[in-house]
Design a protein around this ligand. Structure first.
Ligand code: 5RP
Length: 221
């Protein structure tokens, strides 16, 4: 089974978590694109979706799925999104696609966060993937210096502007052994909009695609 087939398999498995008549939270990335395509096969039994990126919103609309503004939605029973890395504790690094801020907002609203990944994303400890931070443009240098002082090596994501009009710094070398603490510390740096550690609001369920099928893991306390 190739990578695309693994993504399609896990995306289809996530449909089991979508209740009838729901507005579904939809993340972004290539695995989520497979989920959007799968969602289109059951679009008659959902009300619509809220999307974490303009790209996801467009793909949903192209399938004829109604896209809602989050401000008009009081309840989201489920949010389905991918990850760049995830641990057994269902802590994640996200933001490889630069949509981390909207992803974190929708994850915060949702009752249940279903993470869909292939097995290559499961890691014992976060940090091999460079940590994305969304940064207000005028704070780029200041945030960069603060990250260096914390032991990190930040790099500007060249030629990229987020859907919110901001920059992304990808940072290697930070100590990610305590993800909830680091997540909080990074958010205290003035000019950081969001960082890509998703630990304070981690996933509730991980659906992991392997050649042997989809395995399900629940968040450990
Ligand atoms: C985008 C994300 C994505 O969920 C993450 O990058 C995984 O993407 P893919 O499914 O393409 O591997 O956080 O901001």
């Amino acid at each position: 089974m190739d990578q695309t087939q693994l993504k399609q398999q896990v995306a289809k498995a996530a449909l089991a978590y979508v209740p009838d008549d729901a507005i579904v939270g939809v993340g972004s990335g290539s695995t989520v694109n497979c989920f959007i395509d799968a969602l289109a096969t059951i679009k008659g039994r959902i009300d619509g979706a809220v999307a974490a990126s303009e790209a996801s919103a467009q793909r949903l609309r192209d399938h004829g799925i109604r896209v809602f503004d989050l401000n008009g939605v009081s309840e989201l029973p489920v949010y389905v999104d991918g990850a760049d890395e995830i641990t057994e504790h269902l802590h994640m690094i996200k933001g490889g696609g630069g949509a981390l801020t909207r992803e974190k907002i929708i994850a915060a609203v949702a009752k249940k966060f279903i993470c869909i990944c292939d097995a290559s994303k499961l890691v014992p400890i976060l940090g091999r993937f460079p940590l994305p931070l969304e940064v207000i443009p005028m704070a780029r240098s200041y945030v960069g210096r603060r990250l260096v002082a914390m032991g990190g090596t930040p790099a500007l994501r060249e030629g990229f502007t987020s859907d919110n009009g901001n920059l992304i710094l990808d940072c290697r070398g930070l100590d990610l052994r305590d993800p909830p603490t680091l997540e909080g510390e990074l958010n205290q740096i003035a000019g950081v909009v969001t960082n890509g550690v998703f630990a304070r609001r981690r996933a509730d369920v991980l659906l992991l695609a392997t050649a042997e099928g989809v395995s399900t893991r629940l968040a450990k306390s």
